[in-house]
Design a binder for this molecule. Structure first.
Ligand SMILES: [Zn+2]
Length: 307
């Protein structure tokens, strides 16, 4: 395909349908099958994607999709900026560079929410809303006292990013801002954590952070899921509903995926584990080497769609 015909197509191609038909006739498949397909992932913390949405993200990148991952919180757990910026954000940057097979060098795209893209693979980008995350998974016991859950349920009216108290998101303001990210990125598939409130079966519907379940593989009881995972998914589902362009929608189970049998193939597991290790080497809460801890190991062996 000549550059001219591509330019003409892009000009006409305000509509994706028109673009697809033209590309189909030209026999150039890469634009629609790879380069053009957009996968948007929305998570709460810097590592949810690597634990609960991989190997899918790895596949999206390998296939040449446009990939954008949005982190709604800073994953601070009440710790300092040094932790969430130099450990968690740096960790996922390194992990995505590794998944893309390029240098860990990023270009700033936007300030609020913070957005960066890979220098050598610009179709891979990360967006950090940097909203506060609680010290404990059930959403309690954090001095700043503000969480996604409280914003969703109305017990607080506004939530500010950790690095800019002058910015205030209301519940609908945050949904609008997230919807804006979707409209600009134009994903063909929106991928979120588990907002169904239905997993696992023995828990009552709703916030899975109030439900403890017994995990036979670890011999202990633990939360069904993190409060931030569930509420990040509720915000993302609203943005998905407001985003009018035809697209697929997929949800992924969080902590309680560990109740299911392992389902990641051996080769995909090794790759997933290596990528997570790159992240873990940045994050001082996590052992630098596999198996990290019992739960991390169980999650790395699994990836489950939430139904
Ligand atoms: Zn998480």
């Amino acid at each position: 395909m000549s550059e001219n015909s591509m330019a003409l197509m892009l000009k006409i191609g305000g509509s994706v349908l028109a673009l697809t038909i033209l590309v189909g006739f030209s026999g150039c498949q890469t634009l629609t099958n790879s380069t053009g397909f957009g996968d948007l992932y929305v998570v709460a913390h810097e590592d949810d994607d690597l634990l609960f949405m991989n190997p899918d993200i790895q596949r999206s990148i390998t296939r040449g999709h446009r990939v954008k991952t949005v982190y709604l919180t800073a994953g601070d757990g009440c710790r300092s900026e040094q932790y969430w910026r130099a450990q968690r954000e740096a960790g996922v940057r390194a992990a995505y560079a590794q998944m893309a097979g390029v240098e860990d060098r990023w270009v700033d795209v936007a300030v609020r929410p913070k957005e960066v893209r890979l220098l050598q693979r610009p179709q891979v980008s990360l967006v950090f809303f940097r909203l506060p995350s609680p010290a404990k998974e059930d959403g309690t016991s954090c001095p700043h006292g503000t969480t996604l859950e409280k914003l969703w349920t109305g017990s607080i009216v506004e939530l500010s990013p950790l690095d800019d108290p002058r910015v205030n998101y209301t519940k609908h303001g945050l949904i609008d801002e997230l919807t804006k990210v979707l409209r600009i990125f134009r994903p063909d598939r929106v991928n979120v954590l588990d907002g169904t409130g239905r997993n696992p079966v023995p828990c009552r519907p709703g916030n899975p952070a109030v439900c403890r379940v017994y995990y036979p593989a670890t011999g202990r009881a633990y939360l069904s899921d993190h409060s931030d995972h569930y509420y990040s998914a509720l915000f993302a589902r609203e943005a998905h509903a407001a985003y009018q362009r035809p697209h697929q929608f997929q949800s992924y189970r969080g902590y309680n995926s560990a109740l299911e049998p392992p389902n990641v193939s051996d080769s995909a597991f090794l790759e997933k584990e290596r990528v997570f290790q790159t992240y873990a080497e940045h994050d001082d809460r996590i052992d630098d080497r596999p198996p990290f801890d019992d739960f991390y190991h169980l999650w790395l062996l699994r990836q489950y769609e939430a139904r």
